[in-house]
Write a new protein. Structure first.
Length: 237
């Protein structure tokens, strides 16, 4: 779970969220109970057939700012999607929901993912938020199936060492990796830290994600560009 609490927030469970006091609304600011945001997202996920496998939450000591992540169970194997949540009673940030395979939520207000919606706490928020959340979640099933098909293609595409070397250099040219990471990629390709099977595009992709550990949370576009390079290898092959 990519929930990091190091700037003052404390872990809390769902019952604890329900027990928190919600400030009174004003003409310009209408707070949303933290647990209501959780309820809305989980109900919408369930409506579209997604199963929450794990959930973690945190709040600041005064209960004002909320952060959470939901891990979604995949029917396609070792693929995990993360739903990030955040909400504030102090106007520090809008109510937010994020989705992606690389999602990072931190109590220092970092909120990073492939897809994000944010809604200000206005009088119309409760009207707008359900539709926006639904619009974010509805395409997820198709996206997960497409990801599964992509991984099957990677697994079915054998690569020679020369093809892998060329792909690694393309990663460098496309600024997916730096010059120092080229040697790391070659080492992972030859003697991987995990069992990614034979020398295929799937193995090379996982070498890339391993070498990029930590970096994709700060810059999710790296994963998209990595996919583009591996997709190109599969197309040429």
């Amino acid at each position: 779970m990519t929930l990091v609490l190091h700037a003052g927030a404390q872990p809390i469970d769902y019952d604890g969220l329900r027990a928190l006091t919600v400030p009174e609304a004003t003409p310009t600011h209408v707070p949303l109970a933290h647990h209501r945001l959780v309820d809305l997202v989980k109900a919408t996920l369930g409506m579209f057939g997604h199963i929450v496998a794990e959930e973690n939450y945190g709040v600041m000591p005064d209960g004002s700012n909320f952060f959470g992540v939901l891990s979604l169970k995949s029917t396609y194997g070792n693929y995990t999607d993360i739903c990030g949540l955040r909400n504030s009673h102090t106007k520090r940030f809008s109510a937010g929901v994020a989705f992606g395979s690389k999602t990072f939520v931190c109590d220092n207000t970092a909120f990073i993912s492939d897809h994000i919606i944010a809604v200000k706490h206005t009088a119309r928020m409760k009207e707008r938020l359900p539709g926006l959340v639904s619009g974010l979640i509805e395409p997820l099933a198709d996206q997960r199936e497409m990801q599964h098909r992509k991984m099957l293609t990677y697994q079915a595409t054998p690569l020679t060492d020369s093809q892998a070397d060329a792909a690694v250099m393309q990663m460098y040219r496309n600024e997916v990796i730096g010059v120092q990471a080229i040697a790391d990629m070659v080492r992972e390709w030859e003697t991987p830290n995990h069992d990614w099977g034979e020398k295929t595009a799937y193995r090379l992709f996982n070498c890339g994600t391993f070498v990029l550990t930590g970096k994709t949370l700060e810059k999710p576009s790296l994963t998209r560009t990595l996919h583009q390079v591996i997709d190109g290898v599969c197309t040429v092959h």
